[in-house]
Each structure stands twice: as structure tokens, then as C-alpha cells.
Ligand binder design. Structure first.
Ligand code: FES
Length: 154
């Protein structure tokens, strides 16, 4: 069930679009900002407001890798696995993250602190390897910088 605050924001987002389904991504982001992820129940609730079927909305939600359809940790690490980052040491950074967090890609730490996910190029190829934690972009990563970066996210 949507909260009053979510409903107000969603209705405002819908009003900004000529066709209700065009507001889909914006509406999904509103839910994610409030709840951290988008559950099946949320998909049903907002599909109704967008005059779409839950399946149609789910197809859009699952197309965008930054819309989380599964529960995630308090902080989401998106490590870029595209070509520049790959060449510049993606594997070492990933190994370090997996070692520190003791999880694999796609998993969440048992304490719910971090989820580790891959992402395609985030547009800072000249500062590869790079990753995003929540909304922060971290550039020019090396194995030593990872511990410091993670310590900033409780
Ligand atoms: S390839 Fe990683 S930021 Fe572009």
C-alpha cells in the first residue's frame, strides 16, 4: 500500500507526462527512493495508477538495472564491468570487494549493510576503474582505496 507522501509524489510525476505509462520510470524511482527497492506489491499498486498491467510495468522495471526488484542492503555498490574499467583493473577491485564483504556479485552482506551489483559503463572511463556507492561515484580505484571508501558507509 502506498503512503500518502508516495502517492502525492507519484501523482505529480504522472501529471508531468501526457501519457500515464510515460511516467513509469519516474514513478519506479520514487518508490525506490522511499523503500530502497520495488516489491511485487509496489508494482501492482503503481501499475494501477499508471493504467498498466503489473506485467507491463515489471518489464520496464527489470529492463533498467538501476531499478532494484529485489531487496537490497542499506548501501548499493555498483561496480562498472565495461571495457575501460575491465582493462584498468576491474577484476582486482571486484576481488577486493568480494573479499572484504565476503559476498559474491549479486549478494547482500548478512548484516544488510551492502549489496554488490555489476553495472555497465557509468561514464567516467577516463578515471577507470570506477564504481558507484548509493549516489556517489568513486573513480581511479585501486585495491588500497576500497577499505577507506567502504568505511564511509555505515
Ligand atoms: S567503462 Fe567503466 S566507467 Fe566507462
Amino acid at each position: 500500500m502506498l503512503t500518502e507522501e508516495e502517492r502525492i509524489k507519484i501523482e505529480a510525476e504522472i501529471r508531468e507526462n501526457e501519457q500515464k505509462p510515460a511516467a513509469s520510470v519516474g514513478v519506479l524511482k520514487i518508490i525506490q527512493d522511499h523503500r530502497g527497492w520495488v516489491s511485487d506489491e509496489s508494482i501492482k499498486d503503481i501499475a494501477q495508477l499508471l493504467e498498466m498491467t503489473p506485467d507491463e510495468l515489471d518489464a520496464i522495471a527489470t529492463f533498467y538495472s538501476l531499478i532494484f526488484r529485489r531487496k537490497v542492503g542499506r548501501h548499493v555498490i555498483l561496480i562498472c564491468d565495461s571495457v575501460s574499467c575491465w582493462i584498468m583493473g576491474y577484476e582486482k577491485i571486484l576481488d577486493r570487494l568480494k573479499y572484504i564483504l565476503d559476498i559474491e556479485l549479486g549478494e547482500t552482506t548478512p548484516d544488510g549493510r551492502f549489496t554488490l551489483l555489476p553495472v555497465a559503463c557509468i561514464g567516467v572511463c577516463d578515471h577507470a576503474p570506477a564504481m558507484i556507492v548509493d549516489k556517489d561515484i568513486h573513480r581511479d580505484l585501486d585495491e588500497e582505496s576500497i577499505d577507506d571508501i567502504l568505511s564511509k558507509y555505515e
